[in-house]
Each structure stands twice: as C-alpha cells, then as structure tokens.
Design a protein around this ligand. Structure first.
Ligand SMILES: Nc1ncnc2c1ncn2[C@@H]1O[C@H](COP(=O)(O)OP(=O)(O)OP(=O)(O)O)[C@@H](O)[C@H]1O
Ligand SMILES: [Mg+2]
Length: 478
C-alpha cells in the first residue's frame, strides 16, 4: 500500500472540556513533512491539562510540538482513531458513516484524517479534535442529550450482524445511536452511557457534560451527580473467543481482590451476545474528562523505534518514570511497584497481553506537567486461555529467555522477574513481599477458572495448567 501521506495540508483544532467547560486547546497542522501542534495563547495560562504529559502547556507556551514523520499523525492523535485491520469493528462503522455523508477518503492518511474529524472527540481522555472551532462549538453546545434506549430487536440484530462479521450495513446502528466516539482494539466495543445505577439494558450515546446527563441540574459545579455514567461496552465474538466476557470479568475481580483499583463492571447480554460494560475511569463524577494516556503514546511520541505497542521492553516504562525532565507521575516509586505487581499478576493469571496500550497514566498535568498516576486496571483478560494468544509476555522484560552475562542458560522466568524488579529499583526483600502478595491473591485462581461456565473445557484446562506452572516457577522467589 502507498505510504499514507497527505495529498494537501491539513488543519484541525483541538479543544477540551477537562476544566468542566469547553475551551480551545490549540491547532493541529499536518503536511507531507511534519505534524505541528500549537497551543492557543489563552490556553497556556489556563492551568489545564495539555495535549500530553509530554508537552505541558507551561513548558511549551507558543512553541509548537513538532512531529517529524512525514504525513503521519502523532501517536497521541492516532490513538483517537480506531485502527485499520480485519477486525476493525468501529472503523467499519465510522467509514459507513462517512459514506453516508458522501465522503470516501483514500485509505491511508486521508482516511485517518477524516475519521479524526468525524469521531476524534468525546473519546477516551480529554483531547477532542474537530475540523474547526465552529464544529467544536456546535458539538459541545448543540448536542441534544438523547434518551436512554433499550437495546431492542433492531439495534440488537445489527450488533449481532456486525459481531458475526456478516458485512452488514452499519447504517441502522448509526441511525439509532449516532456515530459514537472510538476506541482501538480487536474486540468490538462501543462507548456508551448507561444509568448511573448500573446496567439495565438501556443505553445512550456517551455523555457530553450537558444538562440532561445530570437530570437537568445545569453545568458542572451545579452540585448534582450524574444520572448516567459512561462505559466501554465490549462485545464477545463467541465464535473466536468463547467465554471471553466471563474471563475478563473474572480477571477484573481477581485484580480487585488483590487491591488494585478496578472500575465497576457488569456482565450483560446484549441481544443474545455476551457483553461486558466497564465504567469509564476517564470521567469524573460530573462527567468531565480526565486525561488518559497509554504508555504506547507516551513512549512512541518520543522514540522512533517504537511504532507499535509491542516494540519496547517493559523496562522503558521504568526509565521514563525515572526521568526527572519528564516528571510524569507524582510518585515514581509507587508507580514502579505498581508496574512490577501488574507484571507479576499478568504472569500468574495467564494474561499474556500486557502491552504498552494496556498500561496507561491517568490524570495530572495542571498545565505545568506531571501529577499523573497509573490508571485503574483495564483489559486484564487471561488471553493465554486461547491457543492463538498463548505467549508468556508480549513485551520483553528482564531479558527473559535471552542469554545474559554471567549465566550459562537463557534467563529463566524467575530470574527475569528478579532482574526486572531490580531494574525498577525494587530490592530483593520487597520483590519477595510483592510477589507473595500476588501469589496470595491468585491462590484460588485455578478454582476460579474451573468455576467459569462459558469458557470451553480445553481452554479452562490450558489456563489452569499455565497458572499452576507459572506459580511453581515463581513461588521460590516469594
Ligand atoms: N474503563 C475504562 N475507562 C476508560 N478507558 C478505557 C476503559 N477500558 C478500556 N479503555 C480504553 O479503551 C481501550 C480498549 O479497551 P481494552 O484494552 O479493554 O480493549 P481491547 O479490545 O482488549 O483492546 P486491545 O485489543 O487493543 O488490547 C483501552 O486501550 C483504553 O484506552
Ligand atoms: Mg487493550
């Protein structure tokens, strides 16, 4: 395929309602040579979170953020667009919406750009992109807050068709919901709002901080809590990943029991499809967006050798946390312990999917950088239950499996965990304590797997065997 270069210069505007009311953050300009983002002058003094933890407004001021990858979007913007690929559920939906408007952009950059303008607002996090200021104002102010609707036969049938990849026309779904903002990933998912009390089978498009979202109580600061909450609704493709929803729900519960912050979630059935509704943690109690940035966009923004969420050793996160110039988080020490424990939990639960887009920072950057922390846990699904995804780790850590100086064998799992912890500055006794905590939290894991009702028996046996084997390999270090 031809490189995705723009056929002409492109201009977009970036807004945010992170402060409770919509304000313009800056402008994005892309040409064949580079992408440039520049803060709007009033925004620099607003003490609001900027484009990224990497680019605090107070530090950048009028100086543009330049991304020199001809004709490409900075990963921070790319993250607002659903990726292409065979299972690009949301991308199909949004392209159908573009076609319905008579737009058929050339695949590559032009298509990404059109999708950014169509759906790069109201997505995960606080960065909203629009074609121009008028489009931004219209979206924030004129947005009607539609009523919650039951997922009835029409919507349900369309979802079923889409999930079955029957090449269904997406128009009926778009007609019922309007284009919803986007999230990446292989699992079909939608951003929706549901009643604040939890899943009832009624859904609406995501909230935009409007009055109706809070039962008419007025703007932020009106005092009323939201009547609706925003969720990520993940749908199970049972033909490919039978039992995925209950597996993810179980893994979330295991992490919650291990004292991780875990969002509320509901196992649901949507028109006969197993579904998981997970409360969004990138919205505050009033529906205002909280900055969210995956480690992929954080690292790829600065490093040319990172082009996918699989392109870095986990140690890179530790190094970024230790870089004083970046000062991403308030408490690097705690962040590194969190990362270590996430890895150990991923190993013990057979996750096999702890890549750079499944680890993220939340919050922070009141205009001058820093102040973020690791987000609550998301996507901890034990993918090793499926032979297709049965790998110990998608990212290298501690030179696992590699030759290493002073060793006459490739680095073993227990050695790699120790080396990784060491690289994060966690000493042996503390590593042992953290590992002990994870082992205790997963002591009944095989029974939890055995108790699942939808995961097929061979997948259960695979996952139980993996869990027991990893336990055996790691237990001596606790
Ligand atoms: N509870 C949540 N609150 C806010 N954002 C979320 C939440 N859950 C998921 N996300 C966002 O949605 C994205 C996709 O969700 P998730 O990782 O759970 O799905 P996935 O289909 O497994 O993705 P992938 O295939 O890319 O790993 C995440 O990378 C994150 O940006
Ligand atoms: Mg994911």
């Amino acid at each position: 395929m031809a490189p995705p270069t723009p056929e002409r210069d492109h201009l977009a505007v970036v807004w945010t309602r992170a402060g409770g009311v919509p304000v313009k953050m800056g402008s994005l300009y892309v040409n064949e040579a580079e992408a440039r983002f520049q803060y709007a002058e009033p925004f620099v003094d607003a003490h609001l979170p900027g484009l990224s933890l990497l680019y605090p407004p107070a530090l950048y001021g009028a100086r543009p953020v330049v991304y020199r990858r001809g004709g490409r979007l900075h990963p921070r913007f790319q993250a607002l667009i659903p990726p292409a690929g065979r299972h690009a559920f949301l991308r199909h939906l949004l392209l159908a919406a573009l076609r319905a408007r008579g737009e058929a952009p050339t695949p590559g950059f032009e298509e990404d750009w059109a999708l950014l303008l169509l759906a790069g607002h109201g997505s995960i996090g606080h960065v909203d992109c629009f074609a121009d200021d008028e489009a931004a104002r219209a979206w924030y102010t004129e947005a009607p807050t539609p009523p919650l609707v039951e997922v009835g036969p029409r919507l349900g049938a369309t979802l079923r068709d889409l999930v079955a990849w029957l090449d269904a026309d997406a128009a009926p779904l778009l007609h019922l919901l309007g284009p919803t903002p986007t999230v990446g990933g292989a699992v079909p998912k939608l951003l929706l709002a549901i009643p604040a009390t939890g899943w009832t089978g009624e859904v609406a498009v995501p909230t935009r901080g409007g009055a109706a979202d809070r039962g008419g109580a007025g703007g932020r600061g009106g005092g009323a809590e939201a009547e609706r909450i925003d969720v990520v609704l993940k749908l199970e493709r049972t033909a490919v990943y039978p039992g995925l929803v209950e597996l993810e729900a179980m893994a979330l519960a295991v992490h919650r029991d291990a004292s991780f912050a875990v969002p509320r979630f509901w196992v649901a059935e949507v028109a006969g499809l197993p579904a998981l509704a997970v409360e969004r943690f990138d919205r505050d109690a009033h529906g205002a967006p909280i900055p969210f940035e995956s480690w992929f966009t954080l690292l790829a923004g600065g490093a040319r050798d990172i082009a996918t969420p699989y392109d870095s050793a986990l140690e890179r996160i530790g190094r970024a946390l230790d870089t004083p110039r970046l000062a991403l988080v308030d408490d690097p020490r705690a962040a590194k312990r969190h990362l270590f424990l996430r890895l150990v939990m991923a190993l013990l639960t057979g996750n096999g999917d702890l890549h750079l887009d499944n680890l993220a920072l939340l919050g922070g950057d009141g205009g001058s950088g820093g102040g973020a922390h690791f987000s609550p846990v998301y996507d901890p699904t034990p993918m090793r239950a499926y032979s297709l995804h049965d790998m110990v780790t998608p990212l290298p850590f501690g030179d696992y499996g590699q030759p290493a100086a002073g060793l006459d064998h490739p680095v073993t799992l227990i050695e790699a965990v120790a080396r990784f912890g060491g690289a994060l500055g966690i000493r042996r006794d503390e590593r042992a304590a953290l590992l002990g905590r994870a082992l205790a939290a997963t002591a009944d894991y095989p029974e939890r797997v055995a108790a699942l009702t939808r995961l097929p028996e061979p997948n259960k046996r695979r996952l139980e065997a993996i869990a027991l084997e990893v336990r055996d390999r790691l237990a001596p270090a606790a």
